[in-house]
Design a protein around this ligand. Structure first.
Ligand code: ADQ
Length: 489
């Protein structure tokens, strides 16, 4: 039996995230062109095939007129996407302000903004109000499209207020919330003026998920210390109601990468890259240009390595692909110039008329170019200062089954807990240690590389994005049923 052309047994999953997985460009009064966009969450959910998934989120554009909104809604429906329309002022206060200027740095241990205290307090309150208002707008759209039996999965720090709004609409809705960033130590979280309100709204969910046990533990501690609730091995209990809290480490659609490597255009690309860099070892960094990724630290460590290992100067090249994000935020502009300055200095110092040690690109690469690059890399460098998981490290491993290159990985990325045994773990703040690890990686024996790669490859190909999503959603279903049984007893 089919309903709307889909098998009736597939459960509907409403995935709610700040951004829809498409970018929309307006072509006329009532016409839009849509493109699937890249990003951590998008790559993860591309792997989910077991559910009838719908996306609810902001399309990333301001659409003030009704004709435009109707046309966009219609175009998005074909991609199973449902838009939430946010005006410019809300986006400024909620997205640029509260999400990206307050929660993002705080959750990555960079603290709250250090502006004039009074001004911060004032703008803080209006940004938090806008945050709540935006979350309520998401809740309205979810509620409008919700059908009994649906599972609602809210994503990330943009939507911490959403579980509460949804449960106020319908106490029976199955609501899960997953955080893609780290959840910081409770001592960091308690500096946030709206600390209690946010925790309480998240606790309205039935299941709360994090990438690692540490983040889950930090969240439970915040609830016990700040709210005075009881933490149990299962989660957090408030007057007999349990919110289940657990770790669900994300993965990638590894098959997609492995299959791509077989494509003729990717093979051609690999050949070209090998010719282009023949006689040199290739080191690779792929990051969104963000302070949490530790890009200046990575480049400075590479400089130190070149300083101390002159025999390697014309035998290694670092390719750093840094796609700009949040380009309208002054701190991100500053970071871009800082990185350019360091790269320029190092290339000036160690370059020759025919070659430079660092190729730095300020842009994103398409999927096939990225796969080819991962495949020809000898050493990948992930030096995040904090990172929820870090999927780049997984993608690199997936593409390395013939080369068996080495992964240098920050111990402050969630991925260190899963790929730690196969990678060389480093403290990215310790430039000397990272420089030494570069030498170790470049000179590592075949057997050692093989052994480390085997460990990581097995992990990446078994703990996939699909498995992650299935585990989360089935646990969410079970959690709700268990809770109902408990209430009946
Ligand atoms: P991100 O901070 O975006 O994700 P990451 O997990 O590394 O970090 O994912 C980035 C994605 O974007 C990867 O799929 C990568 O291929 C792609 N990408 C990055 N730079 C690119 C470039 N220059 N060109 C092309 N593609 C590029 C957030 C959290 C992470 C968490 C994920 C998923 O910050 O810690 O792992 O969500 O939960």
């Amino acid at each position: 039996e089919k309903q709307d052309g889909r098998p009736f047994f597939k459960q509907r999953l409403l995935v709610v995230a700040n951004r829809l997985p498409v970018s929309a460009v307006r072509r006329g009064e009532d016409s839009w062109s849509l493109e699937i966009s890249a990003g951590g969450l998008v790559s993860a959910l591309l792997g989910v095939k077991e559910f009838e998934a719908r996306w609810i989120g902001w399309a990333g554009v301001n659409v003030p007129d009704e004709i435009g909104q109707r046309a966009l809604t219609k175009a998005l429906a074909e991609k199973r996407c449902i838009p939430v329309f946010l005006d410019e002022e809300i986006v400024h206060q909620y997205y640029n302000g509260y999400c990206n200027n307050i929660l993002w740095p705080l959750f990555h241990y960079l603290g709250l903004p250090q502006e004039d205290r009074l001004a911060t307090t004032r703008s803080f309150q209006s940004q938090f109000d806008a945050y709540k208002k935006a979350n309520q707008m998401f809740a309205d759209v979810v509620n409008e499209h919700y059908e009994e039996g649906d599972v609602v999965w809210c994503h990330d720090y943009h939507l911490m207020f959403l579980p509460k709004c949804l449960k106020e609409y319908n106490g029976n809705m199955k609501v899960g919330w997953f955080l893609h960033t780290p959840f910081p130590s409770s001592e960091i979280h308690r500096t946030l003026p709206s600390r209690s309100e946010l925790l309480r709204s998240v606790l309205a969910a039935d299941l709360v998920g994090f990438h690692t046990y540490d983040y889950a533990r930090h969240f439970v501690s915040a609830c016990t210390r700040i709210l005075g609730l009881e933490g149990t091995p299962e989660g957090v209990e408030d007057q007999g109601r349990l919110t289940r809290v657990a770790a669900f480490p994300i993965g990638i659609d590894s098959e997609r990468f492995i299959r791509a490597l077989e494509l003729p255009q990717v093979q051609d690309h690999i050949k070209e890259l090998k010719e282009r860099f023949s006689g040199r070892k290739v080191m690779l960094g792929v990051d969104r240009l963000d302070m949490i990724k530790g890009i200046p630290q990575k480049i400075l460590a590479f400089e130190k390595f070149l300083e101390e290992n002159s025999q390697w100067r014309d035998k290694v090249v670092l390719l750093q692909i840094a796609v700009p994000t949040r380009t309208d935020v002054p701190e991100y502009q500053k970071l871009t110039s800082q990185v350019h300055e360091i790269v320029g200095r190092i290339n000036g110092r160690f370059g020759t008329l025919t070659a430079v040690p660092i190729h730095h690109l300020d842009r994103s690469l398409d999927f096939h170019a990225l796969c080819a690059l991962y495949a020809v890399t000898d050493v990948a460098l992930v030096t995040s200062l904090r990172d929820g998981m870090n999927l780049v490290s997984y993608e690199f491993v997936a593409c390395q089954d013939s080369k068996k290159g080495v992964l240098i990985l920050s111990e402050f990325a969630g991925a260190a807990q899963s790929l730690g045994a196969g990678a060389i773990l480093v403290n990215p703040w310790n430039i000397t240690e990272v420089a030494d690890s570069i030498r170790e990686a470049l000179t590592m024996s075949c057997e050692d590389r093989e052994k480390r790669h085997r460990h990581n490859f097995k992990h990446v190909t078994t703990h996939t994005a699909q498995e992650w999503a299935e585990t989360f959603v089935s646990e969410l279903n079970d959690t709700v049923i268990e809770a109902q049984l408990r209430t009946r007893q």
